[in-house]
Design a binder for this molecule. Sequence first.
Ligand SMILES: *Cc1c(COP(=O)(O)O)cnc(C)c1O
Length: 389
Amino acid sequence: MPAADRPRTVSRLAAFQGTIFAEMSELARVHDAVNLGQGFPDWDGPARMLEIAREQIAAGNNQYPPGRGFAELRHAVAHDRHSRGAGTFDPDEEVLVTVGATEAIAAGVLGLVEPGSEVILLDPYYDSYAAAVALAGARRVSVPLARDGHRFGVDLDALRRAITPATAMLVVNSPHNPTGTVFTYAELRGIAELAVEHDILVLADEVYEHLTFGPPHIPIGTLPGMRERTVSVSSAAKTFNVTGWKTGWALAPKPLLDAVLTAKQFLTYVGAGPFQPAVAHALRHEQAWVARLRDSLRGKRDRLSAALEAMGLTPAASDGTYFVCADVRGIGADDAVEFCRRLPTERGVAAIPVPVFSDHPQQWRTTVRFAFSKQDAVLDEGVRRLSLR
Ligand SMILES: *Cc1c(COP(=O)(O)O)cnc(C)c1O
């Protein structure tokens, strides 16, 4: 190979090049398929929130915000948490504004996990966790969720077996992407007891905290013994339909948050300024909009699940997020990756195979993730195509 074309990505990141998302989106584009693969909403958030961001730029809020983010947003985040019993945080020392939840996750791992220690992920998992662990030079240990009737649950025995003296952190994502599982109190309590017993930190990815359709989300940081060992992460992206704003936050007691801040300050220094007052407004004044979003997503979940069922796939319960997972064995398929490569041509719909989110691809071999966070016209066309005989 000519030297100029030689792959140059460092070995600890080599496995993360290229993603199935790019391949599936390209297939969707070529075949003019309804893209139920990528998990973003295709309609706008609260109008006043959008207007405030525009006003902020016009008014000159265009230079570096403070390192921890504007006080206005930190106070709004802490107030929102406190008012719904999701934890009490000092807005000046225990709240950090980040460039999306993604940066909060990366900074959390980089700032709190020593190279060579282990981070446990519940499998399947959001792809940025594994990359953050690799960037930190830590070791990833993944514990598969287990099928529990119509849902996927936490396998506490497997989790216990995965813990070693080197375990530094456990990433808990509930409501869970890609499965749509909302962990129960009993599951969270079981995880919390293990974390306390073995003195493990928990990074709680709660970006779908407001998007639940049945049992509410329980923040693991509110469980006994958990406050002092939990970094809670959330974001405006999924709550207010602004995935492009990359405005998120981390919450933790000072010693933990200082570690996150130390890493964050050299990743990006600060997040974008004009969005912060807009998100602060939304947290304080747009909860009714969020409630309508939640109700509308519940209806979309129902319509998509029914269409998957009509097609002969077996959808699992989705109690939150943008996603429902279905098993393709019902229609005689036995490989989700192959199924997703054919779906854009055969049905005019794109979806994502769950094995790409997993270190245990055999276990998820026949599971496919569909996103329902689409406008009615788009989703209904997807549903129509899936339901065709
Ligand atoms: C979308 C998503 C994120 C990223 O959130 P940003 O605020 O856009 O960085 C993190 N975790 C999960 C599980 C997600 O689905």
